[in-house]
Design a protein around this ligand. Structure first.
Ligand SMILES: [Zn+2]
Length: 602
C-alpha cells in the first residue's frame, strides 16, 4: 500500500468516526438516512414507466428506474385494488385481511351504514370550510405502519400529504405528527383534531398563497408535439373534464359551481400543487435535520382522477405522467439541496393500476363491458388499425345500449362511484335490480340483503330475516352463486364460510382471501370477469379487480442501502415494508406478511 493511499484510508476512517453526516459528506454505509420519503402515485400502472421512459427527464422517474432498485413485476396480492386498501398496505406489509381497510368505503354491520375508510365521528376538521367535513383519522386502520415503528425506533417526525384524505392519512400511520389533505371547497390543505387543534404556521402561510385558485383559467396543453403520443386523442369511451364539451387537448381549467376547486384535481396542476406542498412541509417541519430520521409520505392523486376520465391509453394520461416526471425532478433537486439525496431513502409505488376503458378494450378485440349494461358490441376492427400512430382512431364507436333499468340516472363520473363518498340515494339498477327481483321471487321476501349495493363485490345478508323466515344460509349462497354465473358477468364467487375456512383455490382465490377481513367482510363475494367494469357509467374507467391491469404496479427503492438494478423477481406490495425495515435496521410493522427483498439490499 502506498503512503498516499494509507493516508487517505486513515483520513476517511477518521472522518466517518468523528464527523456528523451532512449534505456535503458521504455518511457511513450503516448510518440511518435523515429522511425517508414514501412516494405513491395514485393509479400509476407499471407499464407507464416503460412506455413513457424515452420521454422522461434525467432526474425524475429515472432516479428510480435507472439509479434505484426497480421491481418490474410487483403485484397487489389482494383485491379490491382500490385507494384506501392500497394506501393502507403500502407501508404496513399487511393486506385488508389484517389491516382492516377493506375498501374506500364499506358496509358497517354494526351501524347498518356505509362508512368511509378514514371516517371518524369523534374528531373534527381543522382548517375546513364546513364544520361537518374533515372528520377523518386513521382510527379504522388496524395495527402499525412503517412510520409508526420508525417513531419507536428513531423518534421520527412523521408527516403525510395528499390531495385525498385517505392518501395523506393511511401511509402516515396511526401516530403521525400531521396528515394534510385538500379541502376543495376553499382550496386549503386541512387536517383533523386526531393530529392537532390548529394548522401549523407554515401551512397557514402556504394556504394563503391560494395556489389552487391561481390554476383556474390556465390551459393544459400537451408537453410534447402530438406525434410523440402513440394513441389517438379521440379514443372511444373517454370522458370529459368538468365544464368541457370535448375530451381533447387543449384543456382549460374551469371553476365548478358545485365542487369548488375540485376541477384542478384531474389535471397536472394538482401534482404541481402537491409538490409545492411537499417542499413547504420539508422546510416548515424541518424534516431531515442532521441526527434525525424523519418520515414524509407524498401521495399524488391527480393521476387517478385523470385516469378515471381518460383511461390508460389516452394522451392525457401520458401527458400527466410526463409532467409529473418533471415535478419529481424538481422535488429531488430540492431534497438534494436541503438534505442531500445521499441522506434520503425513497420508495415509489402505486395503490393500484387501472383497466382499459371498456369501449377501447372492445375496439381492440377484448370482451370489455360495463356490468350494468348489455354487452358492448365491437363495431371497430378487432385489431389496431395499420396506421400505428393512432391505433384507436377508427371513427366507429361502441354503441352504449340502454341500461337494464330505465330509471338509472347516468353516473356522471366513474371516479365518484369508486371513491364511494356519496350515500346511495338512487334506486337499485342494472344487476342489483335484477338480483333483488330474483331473490324476492325465490325466497318470497324483499329483505334478504341489508344493503342494495355491491361493496367491492361484497353482499351483506339480513340474518334476522333469514332466521325469521327459516331460510337457510346455504340456500341463499347457492342461489346467488347460480344467479351470478347466469348473468355472464362474473368470473367466480366465494362465500364467507369458504373464505373463513381458507378454501379459496388458485392465485385468484388467494387474492380474494387476502382482501377478506373476517370482521368487516360480506356474506358472499362476487368477482367480475376481466375487462368488465362495475356499474353502468357510459365513459371512463376504473379499478378494483384482481387482474393484472389493476394489480401490477411499479415498486422502486432509492438510497444508499439499495443495490441499483432491474429485478423481475416475484414481489408483492406487502414486501415493501419489510424491505424498508431491513434497510433501516428496525422492526417491521405488526401485521406484516411480506418478506424483505434481500437481493436489492447492500
Ligand atoms: Zn387510488
Amino acid at each position: 500500500m502506498t503512503r498516499l493511499s494509507l493516508l487517505s484510508l486513515v483520513a476517511s476512517a477518521t472522518a466517518s468516526l468523528s464527523l456528523p453526516a451532512t449534505a456535503q459528506t458521504t455518511p457511513p454505509q450503516d448510518a440511518p438516512p435523515r429522511l425517508v420519503v414514501a412516494l405513491l402515485v395514485d393509479q400509476l400502472r407499471y407499464d407507464y414507466l416503460e412506455r413513457f421512459h424515452n420521454h422522461f427527464s434525467p432526474g425524475g422517474f429515472r432516479t428510480f428506474t435507472e439509479r434505484g432498485a426497480f421491481l418490474t413485476f410487483a403485484q397487489y396480492d389482494y383485491a379490491p385494488t382500490v385507494t384506501g386498501p392500497g394506501h393502507a398496505s403500502f407501508l404496513s406489509g399487511a393486506t385488508p385481511a389484517t389491516h382492516g381497510i377493506v375498501g374506500n368505503d364499506w358496509f358497517d354491520k354494526k351501524s347498518g351504514k356505509s362508512i368511509n375508510c378514514v371516517s371518524d365521528p369523534d374528531v373534527s376538521g381543522v382548517g375546513v370550510k364546513s364544520a361537518s367535513s374533515g372528520k377523518r383519522s386513521p382510527k379504522n386502520f388496524i395495527g402499525s405502519t412503517l412510520s409508526d415503528e420508525m417513531r419507536l425506533r428513531f423518534r421520527s417526525k412523521v408527516v403525510g400529504i395528499s390531495l385525498k384524505d385517505r392518501g395523506a392519512i393511511l401511509p402516515a400511520g396511526r401516530n403521525a405528527d400531521g396528515a394534510y389533505w385538500l379541502d376543495s371547497s376553499n382550496g386549503h390543505f386541512v387536517t383533523s383534531t386526531w393530529y392537532r387543534n390548529a394548522l401549523p404556521d407554515w401551512l397557514t402561510r402556504f394556504n394563503n398563497r391560494q395556489l389552487p385558485a391561481s390554476y383556474v383559467g390556465q390551459v393544459w396543453k400537451r408537453l410534447l408535439p402530438e406525434s410523440a403520443y402513440p394513441w389517438s386523442d379521440t379514443s372511444v369511451g373517454e370522458g370529459k373534464l368538468a365544464g368541457e364539451k370535448t375530451s381533447t387537448f387543449d384543456h382549460v381549467i374551469k371553476p365548478s359551481p358545485t365542487e369548488g376547486l375540485e376541477t384542478i384535481v384531474p389535471t397536472p396542476f394538482g401534482n404541481t400543487l402537491l409538490r409545492e406542498l411537499a417542499e413547504a412541509a420539508i422546510d416548515g417541519e424541518q424534516l431531515g435535520r442532521p441526527g434525525t430520521t424523519d418520515f414524509l409520505s407524498i401521495s399524488f392523486s391527480s393521476t387517478d382522477a385523470c385516469g378515471h376520465i381518460f383511461g390508460p391509453y389516452s394522451q392525457e394520461m401520458q401527458d400527466i405522467i410526463l409532467r409529473l416526471d418533471l415535478e419529481l425532478e424538481r422535488l429531488f433537486k430540492f431534497l438534494d439541496q436541503r438534505i442531500g439525496l445521499n441522506n434520503v431513502t425513497m420508495v415509489l409505488t402505486a395503490d393500484h393500476g387501472v383497466a382499459p376503458v371498456p369501449e377501447f378494450a372492445v375496439a381492440n378485440g377484448f370482451q370489455g363491458g360495463r356490468a350494468d349494461l348489455a354487452d358492448l358490441k365491437p363495431t371497430a376492427p378487432a385489431v389496431p388499425a395499420k396506421d400505428s400512430t393512432s391505433p384507436s382512431t377508427s371513427t366507429t364507436t361502441a354503441s352504449a345500449p340502454p341500461s337494464t333499468s330505465a330509471s338509472t340516472p347516468e353516473k356522471k363520473e366513474p371516479s365518484k362511484s369508486e371513491e364511494g363518498e356519496k350515500p346511495v340515494t338512487a334506486p337499485p339498477s342494472g344487476l342489483m335490480a335484477d338480483l333483488l327481483k330474483a331473490l324476492s321471487q325465490r325466497f318470497q321476501t324483499p329483505r334478504i340483503l341489508l344493503s342494495p349495493k355491491f361493496y367491492d363485490g361484497h353482499l351483506f345478508y339480513n340474518h334476522r330475516e333469514l332466521a325469521a323466515q327459516r331460510i337457510s344460509l346455504e340456500d341463499v349462497n347457492l342461489f346467488i352463486r347460480e344467479w351470478a354465473l347466469s348473468t355472464g358477468r362474473f368470473q367466480s364467487i366465494f362465500t364467507r364460510n369458504q373464505l373463513l375456512d381458507g378454501r379459496a383455490p388458485g392465485a385468484l382465490g388467494e387474492r380474494i382471501l387476502n382482501g377478506y377481513n373476517a370482521e368487516r367482510g360480506g356474506d358472499i363475494v362476487l368477482v367480475l370477469k376481466p375487462f368488465i367494469l362495475p356499474g353502468g357509467g357510459r365513459s371512463g374507467t376504473t379499478h378494483g379487480a384482481p387482474y393484472s391491469y389493476d394489480t401490477h404496479i411499479p415498486v422502486a427503492f432509492h438510497g444508499r442501502a439499495f443495490k441499483p438494478g432491474r429485478y423481475a423477481d416475484p414481489f408483492n406490495i406487502t414486501d415493501i415494508a419489510p424491505t424498508l425495515s431491513a434497510a433501516l435496521r428496525m422492526n417491521e410493522p405488526s401485521g406484516n406478511i411480506g418478506k424483505p427483498f434481500v437481493k436489492a439490499l447492500k
